[in-house]
Design a protein around this ligand. Sequence first.
Ligand SMILES: [Zn+2]
Ligand SMILES: [Zn+2]
Length: 208
Amino acid sequence: MTAGMPVVLEQFCRRCGWDEEIFWEDGRPTGAICDCCGSESGIGDMGARPGTWDGVKGLHDVRGWWIGHGARWTSPGSRPPDWDLLRQLRNIPEPWRTPPPPADDRERRAAGRAASASLGTETACRICGLSGPVFWRDGEPTGTVCPCCGGESGLDDLGHPGARETMRTIRARRGHWAGLGAPWADPAARPADWDVLVQLGALPPVWR
Ligand SMILES: [Zn+2]
Ligand SMILES: [Zn+2]
């Protein structure tokens, strides 16, 4: 058992919060495959270490990829009729959804801004799919802070479509936000009938 590993028995999937299996026992993966997100304990989450952003951003990355692609069930027959994605995500044990990205990470990403790509003018948040604000104009970030996920264009949403490594910033940010239960940065702006998966459906495919 790794020093500082706070959870002995893990019955919630680290990626999606589904709880029908024992995924880790006494610090060892059981090899259980999640019916929901399809992750296998000990494969994708083997290198994850709680306590730092770098230690868990790999989990955020794959979680962000999964919800960005519609949060599809690997075993659709196991999907409860009243399935609530956000309620399930809140089951993710705290070590796998904290801490937030560090401030110095923002500086590092700002330095990498020149190397990021743009679709021109973008009115959907690359992280959470919220549509409306102009996040990028003519290939330049507007510095808009998304009222939904709280991401800032030109800082938190940098990347290049097409490669796993260069998409990691966006997906990790999305996965971290989802792991918290997809809270709105500006709660007053949240529509009463808000549906996170409908909103994520507006993500341009290249940013998923
Ligand atoms: Zn899962
Ligand atoms: Zn957003």
